[in-house]
Write a protein that binds this ligand. Structure first.
Ligand SMILES: Nc1ncnc2c1ncn2[C@@H]1O[C@H](COP(=O)(O)OP(=O)(O)O)[C@@H](O)[C@H]1O
Ligand SMILES: [Mg+2]
Length: 251
């Protein structure tokens, strides 16, 4: 593990600012003070659209110095994008391995920020650059390209921050990502991942934090609303569809 905790010192945010974005988002407000503890090498953030997952994972990536455009650590131009308000206020408590990585040279910093919406463009741009991957990902399908990136980049004990990496992946590819994330967690790396995927969230040993109106709270996989909805939908789609599409239009 590299990062034990992420928090914002309350004195950095004036009372007057707290009603505005991003502090108005409940899970962001909860970072003021003690913040969130990362108690396992693999952490998932789950929650509805708009609950603040991307805001939080992007800020963690920025605070660790991962490429805020969605990319790997230690790049020369990693920080040419302006920091987000949360990213510039967020502080990380590092483990001793994390401190060594942060205080070492730029090239010692390992990790990757996979931003869902920019990942594919990034793969095409950096294909063939030294230290990236050898295969031409632009000739692969979206999902194959993602897996190539994952498998090539996830070799080091770094910090891997991901925002909904499941978007391009089939069921089988999600399972491969589960095994990759699990292996990373057991080899000194750390994964912090926002997801809507019940498959990814089932990674053995992972800690799941549910974000929402209540803020942030740890929850067991089997207790997740997300898992309950998928289970009920798969066993009886009609139970949901009848509320959405009139009976005479359902064929
Ligand atoms: N740059 C921004 N400026 C103002 N509001 C934003 C910005 N980015 C996101 N938001 C708002 O912050 C909330 C959380 O967004 P986000 O972190 O993207 O949620 P999630 O990833 O969980 O869907 C949403 O209400 C969203 O509209
Ligand atoms: Mg998001």
């Amino acid at each position: 593990m590299l990062v034990d905790r992420a928090f914002v010192p309350p004195e950095l945010v004036d009372d007057g600012e707290r009603d505005g974005w991003p502090w108005s988002v409940p899970c962001v407000k909860e970072l003021l003070g003690d913040g969130i503890a990362f108690e396992a090498p693999v952490t998932f953030l789950v929650g509805e659209n708009g609950s603040g997952k991307s805001t939080v994972v992007e800020a963690v990536a920025e605070a660790f110095g991962l490429d805020g455009r969605g990319g790997r650590a230690g790049r020369k131009y990693a920080n040419d994008r302006p920091q987000s308000p949360l990213g510039s206020a967020l502080r990380l408590d590092l483990t001793s391995a994390g401190s060594r990585m942060m205080t070492g040279s730029r090239t010692r910093k390992k990790g990757y920020f996979l931003r869902a919406e920019t990942a594919f463009g990034l793969m095409e741009t950096v294909w063939g650059l030294p230290g990236y991957w050898d295969e031409n990902t632009s000739e692969m399908s979206h999902g194959e390209g993602f897996l190539t990136v994952f498998e090539a980049m996830f070799r080091h004990p770094g910090l891997y921050v991901m925002d909904e990496p499941e978007a391009a992946l089939s069921f089988a590819s999600c399972l491969r990502l589960v095994s990759l994330m699990h292996r990373l967690g057991r080899t000194g790396a750390q994964v912090i991942c926002a997801t809507h995927s019940p498959v990814l969230a089932s990674t053995p040993g992972a800690r799941i934090l549910e974000v929402g109106e209540h803020g942030i709270q740890p929850v067991e996989w089997s207790e997740l609303l997300l898992v309950d909805h998928w289970r009920r939908y798969m066993s009886d789609p009609e139970a949901y569809l009848r509320h959405l599409i009139p009976k005479d239009e359902r064929g």
